[in-house]
Design a protein around this ligand. Structure first.
Ligand SMILES: CN(C)C[C@H]1CC[C@H](N2C(=O)NCc3cnc4ccc(-c5cc(Cl)c(O)c(Cl)c5)cc4c32)CC1
Length: 344
């Protein structure tokens, strides 16, 4: 049986396992101070083996990425044997199931979701991270039916995100770019954009552009880059898919082309703003009301509390601040009880 760290048990009520992601178990937990649900990704160090560096990279990615369409890391609790990543909980489940339940999405809904994924991926790339496993299973819905990108377990942080070549063939075959599955060195950003093309096709069609039970056949289909476009797709969406599913990565749309593509502005949507791609929760002004409530909760002065919040140490202060902020954004009033043992 897994013995959780006292640090985790003290401030969270750990509930059932809600999913598994590769070499990790994801548990539902309740943040005692706010009553908010959180997701805890638990990884045993000794069963990670050579995957340990991947976990370090995922932690590096999650600590660096703070965006409304990326699953927010709240706290990291590490012991000699365990990593526990406490993250925001997404009650709406996987986008994958959402599409299956509806067969396929209507165009206006696909635009809404695809814009969110596009700005999240553009933000990741602007921060120097390649996701490398973009697929509907790694996009979760929150309480407002907005998307959260998860699982940076295969992410990469090349020195120069736009030019450095990557070599690892990883991700899910059906979403992998031709250059990735052919084993050639590839540019991560270009490979992510191909996956975006497969994702968009899946959103609008409800099935995959390249699909075959035989992996060798699947690889051939991807490298040929031939796929059927159902007649019911709008010309604009078909053109966007075509721009993304270019076998030659040099002919493929870049993330900038994607963000300025007319289809993203269909249904009279405003063009994507630079802020959508640069926004970082930590760049916003600190919510001093929340800091004030935290100061009372911990029994310290406001001037002592403020530095602990803006320190962004992904500790008990970070999780409390972000959890309060999220509750406030969801219109929930959270009353923090005074701590009996402020030193805790
Ligand atoms: C590819 N699939 C199998 C992966 C599954 C993993 C479990 C997921 N999940 C549930 O099963 N139930 C509900 C649920 C609610 N909130 C979540 C918040 C974060 C994460 C999360 C975040 C990161 Cl960054 C990460 O790396 C991993 Cl592995 C998980 C998972 C949540 C979740 C769904 C997708």
């Amino acid at each position: 049986l897994l013995q959780y760290p006292p640090e985790l048990e003290k401030r969270y009520t750990v509930k059932e396992t809600i999913g598994s992601g590769g070499f990790a178990k994801v548990k539902l937990a309740i943040h005692k101070a706010t009553g908010e649900k959180v997701a805890v990704k638990v990884m045993c160090k000794d069963s990670l083996g050579e995957d340990l560096h991947r976990v370090q990279l995922e932690i590096d990615a999650l600590k660096s990425l703070s965006h409304r369409h990326i699953c927010q890391l709240y706290e990291i609790i590490e012991t000699p044997v365990l990593f526990c990543l406490i993250m925001e909980y997404a009650p709406g489940g996987e986008l994958f199931d959402y599409i299956i339940a509806r067969d396929r999405l209507k165009e206006h809904e696909a635009v809404k979701f695809f814009r969110q994924i596009a700005v999240a991926v553009a933000y990741c790339h602007s921060k120097g991270f390649i996701h490398r496993d973009l697929k509907p299973e790694n996009l979760l819905l929150d309480e407002q039916q907005n998307l959260k990108l998860i699982d940076f377990g295969l992410a990469s942080k090349p020195m120069d995100v736009k030019h450095q070549l990557l070599h690892t063939c990883c991700g899910s075959p059906a979403y992998a770019a031709p250059e990735v599955i052919s084993g050639q060195p590839y540019i991560g950003t270009e490979a992510d954009l191909w996956s975006m093309g497969v994702l968009l096709y899946a959103l609008l069609c409800g099935f995959l552009p390249f699909d075959d039970d035989n992996t060798a056949t699947l690889y051939r289909l991807i490298q040929e880059g031939k796929y059927k476009v159902p007649d019911r797709l709008s010309k604009e969406s078909a053109r966007l898919i075509q721009g993304l599913l270019q076998v030659d990565p040099k002919r493929r749309l870049t993330v900038t082309d994607l963000l300025t593509h007319p289809w993203l502005c269909s249904n009279d949507r405003p063009p994507v703003q630079p802020y959508d791609i640069l926004e970082d929760v930590r760049m916003r002004d600190v919510d001093m009301d929340v800091v004030q409530q935290m100061a009372v909760h911990f029994g310290v002065s406001l001037s002592d509390m403020h530095p602990l919040v803006v320190n962004w140490a992904f500790d008990k202060y970070t999780v409390l601040y972000l959890s309060m902020l999220k509750a406030k954004e969801n219109g929930k009033i959270v009353k923090l009880s005074r701590l009996w043992y402020p030193a805790d």
